[in-house]
Ligand binder design. Structure first.
Ligand SMILES: Cc1cc2nc3c(=O)[nH]c(=O)nc-3n(C[C@H](O)[C@H](O)[C@H](O)COP(=O)(O)OP(=O)(O)OC[C@H]3O[C@@H](n4cnc5c(N)ncnc54)[C@H](O)[C@@H]3O)c2cc1C
Length: 438
């Protein structure tokens, strides 16, 4: 199966997972006489809960299922479909209360039943998830703390929702409906077990050793890792890995980084990491011989996914990392296709991989346009930011012949995408990697 067929297959599997509980509810005999809006509200509650359940599947990072889409797209989808589930679940009690205002009286603390309490608590947990996820940065919640809280709240929200459905009982009264709900609950628990225990155990058996820590221009460091006692993995140039440094892959301390080395040399994996926050600022203190764990490879940002006669790369800052992997791979393969790199950075001094790019220009059919935010006085090249005009000046004739790879800050990526769209480049020829999944 090619990527498109596999994509359709996994979308089908996903839709089955989301829709099965609803169909079971609709097909079998249900309490009658409640009216359309009552049944509609129940259907919303069930749909919201099953979408919530599939979140555990979406974020479990199954490589085969993620490959056709790219895990970043799946995380993006996860973010927005969670909002849909939230709206469904909030609408469920809201519609019921509009239809039957006396239901509110049942929520008084002195008489509330355990299953109504479970339903209300589930909604509160979901609300907390939404607020902390959509406004994490404004609320100044540290990423690592948010991640632990997010996982715990998600487990609580789903567990309480399933408890609520069980407690209400009306719609899961027949033995096979009950079996379905027990199966769904067990599957969610099994997924949790897989993600938190089995997967880290597998990683524990496949450690990596830090071979070198190399200082690069632009406050960046390259970590060179080698598999320790196993064969490692193969990857497509441009893909990324989740990296854990230290002795335990069980800690929720993994960070995503693009592989910057050549896919033709998978025995040594390089990551080029720019100092930014807590984790990235500690890279310079890593000592050769330290242990690391890699959950990889992930991502669809690769020239090998979209064969073309020629390629154009647009990189901003540390967005050069996955581009370097692609260029190094092309050089190792002796590729002679026409390549253009438009590369923006603050200063000439901080241009990461400046020297190596010069060497690659000799090995490949590669042109590089540097765009410096603060150029030196005698600078003859492009300066400022990458703009539509700058792109127009530097794109070759017949730009529709090329596949485009963009990696850099969000405003740069959005602007380049828009400009290319205005020039009539089909969307499927433009590939972007954003360094912000959360
Ligand atoms: C697909 C992908 C590839 C990347 N490749 C590179 C690369 O090659 N080189 C590079 O320097 N950076 C890369 N990054 C960015 C890198 O993952 C973050 O800069 C780094 O995780 C920040 O961690 P910190 O603790 O140093 O910074 P913090 O200040 O703690 O975090 C800064 C921001 O980074 C994000 N972040 C933090 N921790 C994580 C995490 N565990 N998982 C996801 N996001 C997180 C959050 O949005 C956070 O607000 C990549 C990101 C992604 C998604």
């Amino acid at each position: 199966m090619n990527y498109v067929q596999r994509g359709f297959f996994w979308v089908g599997v996903y839709l089955c997972l989301v829709l099965t509980p609803l169909f079971v509810l609709l097909l079998a005999s249900s309490p009658s006489g409640s009216g359309f809006w009552w049944d509609f509200s129940i259907a919303l509650g069930f749909s919201g809960t099953s979408i919530m359940g599939t979140m555990f599947v979406l974020t479990a990072r199954f490589r085969r299922a993620a490959a056709p889409f790219g895990i970043d797209l799946i995380y993006y989808y996860h973010r927005w479909i969670a909002l849909v589930a939230f709206v469904f679940i909030i609408a469920h009690p809201a519609i019921l209360v509009v239809l039957e205002p006396s239901l509110l009286a049942d929520l008084r603390p002195s008489i509330i039943s355990w299953h109504m309490l479970a339903g209300a608590a589930s909604i509160m947990a979901l609300t907390a998830i939404m607020v902390t996820s959509f406004w994490r940065q404004q609320l100044r919640i540290h990423y690592d703390a948010w991640r632990v809280g997010h996982a715990l709240l998600a487990i609580a929200a789903l567990g309480l929702a399933i408890g609520h459905i069980e407690g209400v009982g009306t719609y899961v009264s027949s033995p096979w409906k009950r079996t379905l709900w027990v199966t769904i609950s067990v599957c969610c628990l099994a997924l949790l077990f897989y993600v938190r225990l089995i997967k880290p155990l597998v990683l524990l058996k496949h450690p990596y050793r830090v071979e070198q820590v190399i200082k690069e221009r632009g406050d960046a460091w390259t970590l060179a890792l080698r598999p320790d006692g196993h064969r490692g993995f193969t990857f497509l140039p441009g893909q990324f890995a989740w990296l854990t440094l230290g002795n335990s892959p069980f800690a929720l301390k993994e960070h995503p980084f693009s592989i910057s080395s050549s896919a033709m040399q998978p025995e040594t994996i390089h990551f080029t990491i720019k100092e930014l926050g807590d984790f990235t600022s500690r890279i310079k203190d890593v000592i050769p011989g330290n242990t690391a764990y890699l959950d990889a490879p992930f991502g669809a940002f690769s020239i090998d996914r979209h064969p073309s006669s020629d390629y154009i790369f647009v990189a901003g800052g540390i967005g050069i990392a996955p581009v370097m992997s692609m260029l190094r791979t092309l050089a190792d393969r002796g590729d002679d296709r026409s390549l253009l790199l438009i590369y923006a950075y603050k200063t000439w001094e901080s241009l990461t991989f400046r020297e190596e790019l010069k060497k690659l220009q000799e090995e490949l059919h590669l042109s590089v346009v540097y765009v410096l935010e603060n150029p030196p006085d005698d600078w003859q090249g492009e300066s400022g930011f990458i703009t539509a005009d700058l792109l127009t000046r530097n794109l070759p004739d017949y730009p529709e012949r090329y596949e485009y790879y963009l990696c850099g800050p969000l405003p740069m990526t959005v602007m380049v995408e828009k400009t290319l769209q205005n020039k009539g480049i089909p969307l499927h020829q433009v590939h972007s990697e954003l360094f912000n999944l959360a």
